[in-house]
Each structure stands twice: as C-alpha cells, then as structure tokens.
Design a binder for this molecule. Structure first.
Ligand code: EPU
Length: 447
C-alpha cells in the first residue's frame, strides 16, 4: 500500500527479518478500554513529556558516565522498556523514586557497559535501535538485534546503517544481530535520502564524538530532534541547526551528564484535541506547545475546532459538528503520520468527505476496518483513505493495532452510540500516561 519514501536498492540487513515498528507486536490481550458516548468535555489535562523524545534522551545517556536527571518523563510502558534495556547494559535507572517527583528519572551510567541491545528487547520496542549510534560513539562497538515485523508495513534501518558507515562504522549481520564497529568515528558530509527521524538521531548521537565536522543534510526536523540536540549540547556537544534540514556537528573529546526537561508530547496533545473535536466541549491542555503543532492546528481550525494559544496552555473548543478537509501526512513540519488515525476518526463523523493521504508509513491503515465496524464510511485506495462523514458511529468491540490507532479508536468511541470496547489496549499504555483517567476527568464515560 503506498510507497512512502523512495529508497535505493536493499541494504545488507534486508531479508534478515521482517521490519518492525516502535510498537510491541505481541499483546497479551488482557487490557481492555470501555468507552461510551460522551460530552461535552470540560476541564484540564497536563501534557506529559514526549515519548519520542525521552526514549532518545535515555539512549543518549550512554554517551557519558555519571548521573543524568530527566524531568517530565512520562510513566508509560515504552519508557519502562528503555529503562530495562539500559539496565541490561549496566546502567541504573530510577523513575519516580521515593523522595522525588513521579516524573523525575535518574540514570546512572557506569564506566564499563555491555554495548548490546538483545533480541527480546528490540523486538518489544523498535525504538531500541537508537542505542546503536551512541554505543558506537562511546565504545567503538555495538551489537543490536535486527528489528522484526510490525503493523506499519516494512520499516527497514538501511538509512541508519548507511549514515553511520559514512562516519567510518562497519557492520556485519548474522544470526539476527547487527554487529557494528568503529575504531574512531570521523565526521563526514551525510545526505539522508529521506528525513528519517531515527536515522537522524542515530547519526547525531554518533557524530557528537566523531573526529571533526559532520554535516547532516536532509535531516529530520521534528521538535524531538531539537530536544535531543539541546540535551547533547548541554552535555558538552557542539550541535548547530537541529530543527532545520541541515545539522552541523563538531565532534568533541568528552561529554558529561546533565539535568534536562523533556519537551511536551505533541501527539498526546493532539489526542485530547481529537477527543474534544469528537465529543464537543472546551478543554485546557496544560504545557502543550502550539508551535510544535502548527500544521495540525491549521487543519483542525479548517475543520472548525477552535484552539487558542495561551502560552503554556492551549484552550480547545468544539461547539458544532466539524467539517471535512483533505490531509496528507508528511515529515515535520507537515502533518505527522501519528496524527492520522485521530484525523480519520474525526473525519468519520465530520460533515462532508475528506481524503487522507499517508506518505510516511505504507501500512498504516490497519485500524480502518475497526472504524468501519463502528459504522464509519471509509474506503482505502492505495495510500489514500476516502472518509465520508456519517451522523453517528455505533459502539462495537474493536482491537487496537498500535499505539496511535488504539488511541484513535478510544476517541472514536466518544462519538459512538452504546459501548465501544477496545481490546489490546496495552498498545495504548505503551505511549500514553493514563489516557483513560485523563479522559474520565474531562467528563468522558470511560473505564
Ligand atoms: N525508513 C527507511 N529506512 C530507514 C529508516 C526509515 O526506509 O533506515 C522509512 C520508514 O520505513 C518509514 C519512513 O522512513 O517509511 C519514516 O521513518 P522514520 O525513520 O522517520 O521513523 P522512525 O524514527 O522509525 C519515529 C517515531 C514514530 C513516528 C515516525 C515518523 C519514535 C520512537 N518513533 O519513527 O512514532 O511515526 O518517527 O514521524 O520516535 C509512535 O510514536 O507511535 C510512532 C510510531
């Protein structure tokens, strides 16, 4: 389905295993979210630190021995998985330890570590791959399981490896593991064929300790990349231009631990915006950053959702039925692929027909049959979804195929007559701190 970034011929990892996503593909099926038609919503939600930033900051901590302190760390399953991965390498991680706030994490990084990300951890969380760059930079070697299959379609890591090779790393793949080596990384001019978030991050975390200058061209521009660069700079790195398409890194001899506050999660914020769009009402998102969601807010504005930026708080109000729009997902600053299931849910009850085009992940339409089971009128053609708004959805048992799609099904349940039961809700817990509690506090009928 679709053909997201055009890539050159297969790299040497192809064929080792099916590609995987950030999502945990095995679920125990024990966790279920029940939601009934709700609204209007009212009240406030505090937005947590961004999952897709904190996981990378945790990985970056292996670059320097000593104690790191992170603030605004969400209590989500993926953070626990990254903690396990770091602990397996020899670090000590404490999240919300006695005497500290629940969102504070300390990471004690030892002098000697086991530079390895084993199969069972990478398999449970694809984002584990971001330890590759920092491990190579600090230890000159890394052994990382090749990520396996997931629900987004094929997700190779060829760009990560090719970029690191340009800094002088070499890779061999056998028995499902990538073995990377680098006597001393050397700065280089690296042109990414696509602004991959993970490849940009791996390269950035390697380049900070390389000899000389690295220029990353066509870099990903996501706010989480800028957050990682700010973290690295505080550690003593010299990174310039993060958040733009060209990042310049002057390699340094040593780095030191720091205290840092994680940027707010724009996808979590978008989830509550979708909830109020679905159920109506007026809610306040504390700590959300409008400047990280400009394109999304424009689209939601076109649909009739009003969002006022009050500095450290966004006030979102939906008083009428939303109108349909056409949307295409793109790398940042475009509308993120992670917003897409939420937008499809909104369009499914909006007035008119909207076409959603997925340009980032080929296979990210798995939740659509679930929405159709709830009465949505959606036709998928290639990487387009044509969504004809219906007057109301009807509650049904559905299954969450991944984090964002799971959240979108919960949000859809807010506008569905009767009860919606979202199974495999552990996916949702991987990326959301207390989605159910927060929605309940806004007045949703959810458990
Ligand atoms: N790609 C390649 N080769 C590579 C790397 C990427 O072909 O070596 C392709 C992917 O298959 C995909 C596209 O490039 O089609 C974009 O992938 P990217 O590398 O940008 O994504 P990622 O780093 O794997 C992160 C987020 C995702 C988010 C995407 C896009 C994390 C942990 N994950 O993934 O978030 O959807 O960027 O913005 O940061 C989520 O939070 O649920 C989630 C999936």
């Amino acid at each position: 389905m679709g053909c997201p970034p055009v890539r050159p011929a297969a790299h040497h990892t192809e064929g080792v295993g099916a590609a995987s996503d950030d999502s945990h593909t095995e679920t125990s099926g024990r966790s279920v979210i029940r939601v009934r038609r709700s609204g209007p919503l009212s009240g406030s939600v505090r937005i947590s630190g961004a999952k897709n930033s904190v996981l990378k900051l945790m990985a970056a901590s292996v670059l320097a021995p000593g104690r790191f302190t992170l603030h605004n760390v969400p209590r989500i399953a993926d953070v626990a998985l990254m903690s396990e991965l770091l602990e397996g390498m020899g670090a000590t991680v404490a999240h919300g330890a006695a005497g500290s706030a629940p969102d504070v994490m300390t990471i004690d990084v030892p002098e000697v570590m086991v530079p390895e990300a084993p199969y069972d951890q990478v398999e449970r969380m694809r984002a584990s791959i971001v330890v590759l760059g920092p491990l190579l930079a600090r230890f000159g070697e890394a052994r990382v399981s090749v990520p396996g299959g997931d629900d987004f379609g094929h997700r190779p890591i060829d760009m990560h490896l090719r970029a690191l090779e340009q800094l002088g790393a070499t890779f061999t793949t056998s028995h499902g593991y990538i073995q990377g080596r680098a006597e001393r990384l050397t700065g280089a001019q690296v042109l990414l064929e696509y602004p991959s978030v993970g490849a940009t991050e791996n390269l950035l975390m390697a380049a900070v300790r390389a000899r000389g200058t690295t220029v990353i061209d066509n870099a990903a521009r996501e706010p989480e990349i800028a957050d990682l660069a700010a973290f690295l700079n505080a550690m003593g790195a010299e990174v310039d231009g993060a958040g733009s398409s060209t990042i310049t890194v002057e390699g340094v001899e040593s780095l030191h631990p720091v205290t840092h506050t994680v940027v707010p999660d724009r996808i979590e914020a978008a989830t509550y915006l979708a909830a109020v769009g679905m159920a109506g009402g007026s809610i306040r998102l504390l700590g959300a950053r409008a400047d990280h969601m400009v394109m999304l807010l424009e689209k939601l504005g076109d649909m009739g959702l009003r969002v006022d930026d009050g500095g450290d708080v966004l006030v979102a109000t939906a008083s009428d039925r939303l109108r349909s729009v056409d949307v295409s997902t793109l790398p940042y600053p475009g509308v993120a692929t992670d917003y897409k299931p939420l937008l499809v849910a909104l369009l499914s009850v909006a007035d008119g027909v909207g076409i959603l085009t997925e340009n980032v992940f080929a296979g990210r339409f798995r939740y659509i049959p679930e929405l159709v089971r709830m009465g949505a009128d959606i036709r998928v053609e290639g990487h387009h979804a044509v969504v004809r708004g219906v007057d109301a959805l009807s509650g049904a048992p559905v299954r969450a195929p991944d984090i964002r799609a799971g959240a979108a099904l919960v949000v859809a349940g807010l506008a569905a007559e009767g009860e919606t039961v979202v199974a495999d809700a552990e996916h949702v817990e991987r990326g959301y701190q207390d989605l159910v509690g927060n929605l309940a506090r806004l007045g949703a009928d959810i458990s």
